[in-house]
Ligand binder design. Structure first.
Ligand code: S3P
Length: 438
């Protein structure tokens, strides 16, 4: 089993790029498979999650040529998918599983969706229940709460749905179902979750509009959309490890190029800035309807901060690494309203608390967050203890967060079971090594 050993004591310096955005890559594969003609997706995320979505569409009859720098997708139009001849395995990907469930519910064929042991534990009822209200026929373990899911494609109808959770996976699952449904689909959520699906629908000319806080989608649009070239921005959630790493390790100065800075994703910049971080957003520009910039980060003394429910959706995937920043900051950090962390690739409140405590951090778990008493002293970041028994719990973001935490430690840190890093950031170890100076 793969593991990662981190030797502390070196600053992070230099310029880097990160993998293409995982969320945008999933959506680009889906929408270009349904487009007419060829599309080229460059700088796509080559993590296993997105490759599983690519393989899913290949199994559904779409030709996709995989090259290291680009995917060539030969779309067959909105109604061009065909039945796969076996179960589709989404691996570790909640996004892949939930988005495909919505999309496949409205086809005229049968599909079985499954995934790894973590996916088979994660809640699927949050999409299955509203999809059934749209007429979907979906069976699964525990009444459809757990994958594998068996989807008997059928004629759906649009509904008016208010999601109890701010979740882009729920929103996108229902928008993909709504695309194939009769009539109008209306969707509301308690706070705005990442809006990549909406942006991409609009950039392809799919008739989705915003009416106050409600998304309104015309199902079965009269005309389809055409394939094209898409440049995927760098993944902010991958950049996040270096934003924190360079902030907490004295003497660091790092520039991350071509990072997506969609405001529904960049809560970590606001939180770190409030903690005292030095982050410059440079060369702002737009790519395929998504804002992009270069991010320069220099080490700084961090202090504790309060993160409440209003900041959760735009920071959701960055809590594992934010915990590392809070653990070495001066003073207390309180995170609340973040109960969604309990149903991610691992229960991230439990796994990060346990792992960082083993490295000397002072953390109290709350049902919906945590209180972290930072180890820093006035004007200085503190240091963790190293550990030779760090565990990823099969969660890529936990693995990378512990590796960054290890850079601040007194002794070496070994993180076990780091194969999961490949789900989103296959070159993480090499990228990190390239920034570590003597
Ligand atoms: C994602 C949505 C978020 C996020 C996940 C990716 C997406 O999940 O945590 O990593 O691409 O739609 P939720 O919708 O469960 O919040």
């Amino acid at each position: 089993m793969a593991s990662l050993t981190i030797t502390p004591g070196r600053a992070l310096t230099g310029t880097l790029t990160v993998p293409g955005d995982k969320s945008v890559t999933h959506r680009a594969i889906i929408l270009t498979s349904l487009a007419e003609g060829e599309s080229r997706l460059s700088s796509y995320c080559r993590g296993e999650d997105c490759l599983n979505t690519m393989r899913a569409f290949q199994a559904l009859g779409i030709r996709i040529d995989e090259q290291p720098d680009a995917l060539r997708v030969h779309g067959k139009g909105m109604w061009g998918l065909r039945e796969a001849d076996g179960p589709i395995d989404c691996g570790n990907s909640g996004t892949g599983t939930r988005l495909l469930t919505g999309l496949l519910a409205g086809q005229d064929f049968f599909t079985i969706l499954t995934g790894d042991e973590s996916i088979r534990r994660r809640p699927m009822g949050r999409v299955v229940k509203p999809l059934r209200e749209m007429g979907a026929v979906i069976a699964g373990r525990k009444g459809g709460e757990l994958a594998p899911l068996a989807i008997t494609g059928t004629r759906l109808h649009g509904i008016d749905y208010t999601s109890p959770v701010a979740s882009a996976q729920i929103k996108s699952s229902l928008l993909f179902a709504g695309l194939f449904a009769e009539g109008i689909m209306r969707f509301r959520e308690p706070r705005l979750s990442r809006d990549h699906t909406e942006r991409m629908f609009q950039s392809f000319g799919i008739p989705l509009r915003q009416d106050g806080g409600t998304l309104v989608l015309q199902g079965r649009p009269s005309s389809g959309w055409t394939g094209r070239a898409i440049v995927i921005p760098g993944d902010f959630s991958a950049a996040a490890f270096f934003l924190v790493g360079a902030s907490i390790i004295p003497g660091s100065d790092v520039t991350i190029q071509n990072v997506g800075i969609n405001p529904t994703r960049t809560g970590l910049i606001d939180v770190l800035t409030a903690m005292g971080a030095k982050i410059d957003v440079l060369n702002r520009r737009d790519e395929a309807g998504e804002p992009v910039a270069d991010l320069r980060v220099r080490s700084a003394a961090l202090k504790g901060v309060t993160v409440g429910p209003e900041l959760i959706p735009q920071t959701i995937d960055e809590f594992p690494i934010l915990c590392v920043a809070a653990a070495v900051a001066e003073g207390e950090t309180t995170i609340s309203g973040a109960e969604e962390l309990r149903v991610k690739e691992s229960d991230r409140i439990a796994t990060m608390s346990a792992e960082l405590k083993a490295m000397g951090a002072q953390i109290t778990e709350l049902p919906d967050g945590m209180v972290i008493r930072g180890l820093g002293q006035a004007g200085k970041n503190g240091r963790l203890l190293g550990t030779l028994a760090g565990q990823s719990h099969g969660d890529h973001r936990v693995a990378m967060s512990l590796a960054i935490g290890g850079l601040t430690a007194n002794t070496s840190t070994a993180v076990a079971d780091t194969g999961c890093v490949d789900t989103s950031f296959p070159n993480f170890e090499r990228t990190l090594a390239s920034l570590l100076t003597a």
